[in-house]
Design a protein. Structure first.
Length: 290
C-alpha cells in the first residue's frame, strides 16, 4: 500500500520527478503541452526562472533527456524532444504489449480505494475539459494509465508504462489529428467498470481497444514537418498578425517559440495555476519574430 501511495503525487509528474523539482515542473509543462516539441531550453534562463544554479538545471535536463523528454544537442543545447514517426509507432506498440496484460492484473488486485482513486482521475479529467484546459485533461488521462499499473503491483512494468506515457504526450503534441478524441472517448469509464467488477479478461480487452483508438487518432503516415522559426505571438490564439512581420497565421504544428523569447517559462513555476490556453503553448505577447 505504501508503494501505491508514493506514486500518486501526479504519478511522480508522469515519471519526470516530483512537482517541486526543476525536472518535475518542466515535465509537467511538457505533458500539458504548454511547451511544444522543439522548444529550446536555455540553461541560463531556466536557472534564473527557478532560482537555481546552472549545475542543477543541467542535472534536470540530463534527467529529462534520460527519460527522452528532452534532446541534448552538442554545441546547441537542450530542446524538447520531437519523436519521429518510427518512435511513435514503437512507443504505442510497446504500450499495446504491456498495458492490456497489466489491466488484467489490476482487475485481479483492485480494492475499493483503488477504484475510488481512478474515479477521481476521471472526474478531474472531465473537469479540466469543461474548464477548457485540454492539456491538463491529457496529462490526467496519462496518469490514469500509470495508476492502473500501480494497482497491478508490478514495479518494473509500472516504470516502463510511466516512461511510455510520458513519451506519448510528445507524440500526441506532434501527430494528433483528431483532437476531439479525448472528449469522445469513454474508454476509461468502461475500463473502470471492468476493474471494479474484477473482470480481468474484459479489462484486458478494454485496454486493447482503448490503445487502438488512441493510435487511430494519430497521423503517422508522414513525418512531422521540422519546426521553423515563426512569430511566437500567433501561438497565443490571437487572430491579428504580428506588428513586426505581418505574416499570415501558420498552422500551430509548424511553429516553435521565437529564439530567446523564453520568459514564458516563468509560468512553469506554478503550471497548475496557469490560465487555460485552449491547447496552445504559453508565450509572452511581446515575443519578437526571428
Amino acid at each position: 500500500m505504501e508503494m501505491r501511495g508514493s506514486m500518486t503525487e501526479d504519478a511522480a509528474a508522469l515519471a519526470g520527478g516530483g512537482n517541486d523539482t526543476v525536472a518535475g515542473r518542466l515535465a509537467l509543462a511538457i505533458h500539458e503541452h504548454r511547451i511544444q516539441p522543439g522548444t529550446k531550453l536555455a540553461e541560463d534562463e531556466l536557472g534564473e526562472i527557478f532560482g537555481v544554479s546552472r549545475t542543477l538545471v543541467r542535472a534536470a535536463l540530463q534527467q529529462l533527456a534520460h527519460e527522452r523528454l528532452v534532446t541534448l544537442r552538442r554545441n546547441r543545447g537542450a530542446f524538447v524532444a520531437q519523436p519521429s514517426v518510427r518512435e511513435a509507432r514503437e512507443v504505442f506498440e510497446a504500450r499495446a504489449l504491456l498495458e492490456p496484460r497489466t489491466a488484467r492484473s489490476a482487475a485481479e488486485r483492485a480494492t475499493a480505494a483503488d477504484i475510488a482513486r481512478l474515479q477521481r482521475h476521471i472526474d478531474e479529467e472531465h473537469a479540466a475539459l469543461d474548464a477548457g484546459d485540454p492539456g491538463r485533461a491529457l496529462r490526467l488521462s496519462g496518469q490514469f494509465h500509470i495508476e492502473v499499473a500501480v494497482i497491478a503491483d508490478q514495479d518494473t512494468i509500472r516504470d516502463f508504462v510511466a516512461q511510455l506515457v510520458a513519451r506519448s504526450s510528445l507524440i500526441i503534441a506532434l501527430y494528433w489529428q483528431r483532437r476531439t478524441a479525448l472528449c469522445e472517448s469513454h474508454a476509461h469509464h468502461a475500463l473502470l467498470r471492468a476493474l471494479a467488477d474484477g473482470d480481468g479478461a474484459r479489462a484486458e480487452e478494454m485496454m486493447k481497444g482503448h490503445l487502438l483508438d488512441l493510435v487511430s487518432s494519430l497521423d503517422l503516415r508522414n513525418p512531422a514537418p521540422p519546426a521553423r522559426s515563426r512569430c511566437a505571438r500567433r501561438s497565443t490564439g490571437s487572430d491579428r498578425p504580428c506588428g513586426t512581420c505581418a505574416r499570415p497565421v501558420p498552422p500551430l504544428r509548424h511553429m516553435r517559440p521565437a529564439r530567446h523569447s523564453f520568459r514564458f517559462l516563468i509560468a512553469i513555476k506554478d503550471v497548475s495555476g496557469l490560465p487555460a490556453q485552449k491547447g496552445h503553448p504559453v508565450f509572452p505577447r511581446s515575443a519578437r519574430c526571428d
